[in-house]
Write a protein that binds this ligand. Structure first.
Ligand SMILES: Cc1ncc(COP(=O)(O)O)c(C=O)c1O
Length: 451
């Protein structure tokens, strides 16, 4: 090998443009371990439309982008005002509530702070039911506002334990806890908690605390029924199931929550003028987020046209397809879904443990070699032992098959051990509308699958 002259062509990325370069390796010694393939990609296959399959921001529909591509509208009167008023009933519909909704220019953290500041006073106590990084974060924000924090930490692989919460609240005979903070789907772990069940146990023990839910990862993906489930305050943002570029967020609240009003609220965060504006500018406490509103209008139209029930069903079917693939991959090797029980899994995001450093290696390979960006092991230790797939909002069957096919290629390229037949199982799941046939398909041999 050292005596022969190797000439290698490399397809390199330079300033956004692909360039074919000649690398003269004369005199280089390349050692390849016995029986190992030298898997050096000679060119990237990532040109084409990039696919951001992280759990938000999600894929933006072209129709949403096109709706935003316009000259600045008149903010004093006319179309923009009508459009803003038209959003309110549709935002209520997507949360399944007849109550109030306030819009904020800001991300999910802004909605967290808006919700807390309207109902709490400094020195009040909240109970956080943490099921991952986002529950912890919401609690930290409350503590930063001078609120006393009590936390039941469920770790990173379990939903809210309703019995534990019932015991905890029953012991609070003095009514110290003013609000219970729960994350419907914690995006860091992909666990989904039973919010209706949480209300039921609060009622059973007769605790008067407000029930506040974070649906930032679940709204427009997983079923959520604010009024029927007895939720007092719900927060969400536009960049996930609502398919709009990050930048606006929402707080829905009922009369109980409004009556609870504490002393943390300042005029900017006050939800009252935003829901009952005397003048248009009060919707946003200043200039309207003009183009976001056009984008959101179109996104809500897409949801209406498909039908909310159909949106839920699509997300469930695609999630089941992903799980079907992971059932096969995890039959051999280090990979496993973070949440074991399908009933406790989100339909919008899937967290996977794959072992360190495979998580980061796979993400990098998929992005640089194939143009597919997966989510990081956010809040996990070590983070590079995990990755996440976002499957929220504007996603369909061929996109999910593309994600799964790319992951399958990455596992092979990186020699990460895995079971076979994942893509076959995913295809069968799609073919059967998200259910697997009673008889498992004939096993695919390793040679056929990995060749
Ligand atoms: C469940 C959940 N809550 C809160 C947030 C914070 O939202 P943002 O990053 O828009 O501030 C996120 C973001 O991913 C989230 O997934």
């Amino acid at each position: 090998m050292p005596s022969s002259k190797w000439v290698v062509f490399v397809y390199a990325q330079m300033g956004g443009q692909g360039k074919l370069c000649k690398l003269d390796l004369a005199g280089w010694r390349i050692t390849v371990a016995p029986n190992r393939h030298l898997k050096v990609p000679l060119m990237s296959l990532s040109q084409g439309r990039a696919y951001l399959a992280i759990p938000g921001p999600s894929v933006m529909p072209d129709a949403v982008l096109q709706a935003m591509h316009r000259a600045s509208p008149n903010i004093y009167e006319g179309e923009l005002h009508d459009l803003t008023h038209s959003l309110i009933p549709d935002l209520k519909a997507v949360a399944m509530t007849d109550q109030n909704v306030a819009i904020y220019i800001g991300n999910g953290h802004a909605a967290w702070e808006a919700a807390l500041s309207n109902v709490l006073s400094r020195g009040d106590t909240v109970l956080v039911l943490a099921t991952g990084r986002f529950g912890i974060g919401w609690g930290e924000m409350a503590a930063g506002m001078g609120v006393q924090l009590e936390t039941i930490d469920h770790g990173s692989q379990s939903p809210i334990d309703l019995d534990r919460v019932a015991d905890y609240l029953a012991a609070d005979t003095a009514g110290r806890i003013k609000a219970v903070l729960a994350v419907h789907v914690d995006t860091s772990t992909s666990v989904k908690s039973d919010i209706a069940g949480l209300r039921a146990v609060m009622d059973e023990v007769g605790h008067p605390a407000l029930l506040m839910a974070d649906c930032i990862a679940s709204l427009g993906c997983d079923r959520f029924e604010m009024d029927a489930w007895g939720v007092d305050v719900m927060v969400s943002a536009c960049q996930k199931g609502l398919m709009t570029p990050a930048g606006i967020s929402f707080v829905w609240f009922n009369e109980n929550a409004d009556a609870a009003r504490g002393d943390c609220v300042t005029s900017y965060w006050d939800w009252r003028p935003r829901t009952n504006p005397d003048g248009y500018y009060q919707f946003f406490a200043g200039t309207a987020p003009t183009h976001h509103l056009y984008g959101l209008r179109t996104a809500l139209d897409l949801i209406k046209a498909e039908g909310l029930e159909a949106v839920f069903a699509r997300h469930e079917t695609l999630a089941r397809t992903i799980w079907a693939a992971f059932d096969r991959w995890s039959a051999d090797g280090p990979m496993q879904l973070n949440i074991a029980d399908p009933a406790q899994r989100s339909h919008a995001v899937t967290s996977v443990e794959i072992g360190s450093p495979h998580g980061d290696a796979l993400r990098h390979w998929c992005e640089h070699q194939c143009g597919l960006t997966l989510g990081i092991g956010l809040g996990r230790d070590p983070a590079d032992a995990y990755f996440r797939i976002g499957h929220m909002g504007h996603v369909n069957a061929h996109m999910i098959m593309g994600v799964l096919g790319t992951i399958d290629a990455g596992l092979k390229a990186l020699d990460i051990p895995h079971g076979t037949g994942a893509l076959e199982a995913a295809a069968l799941s799609i073919a059967n509308g998200g259910t697997m046939p009673a008889q498992p398909p004939k096993a695919v041999t390793a040679a056929a699958c990995c060749g």
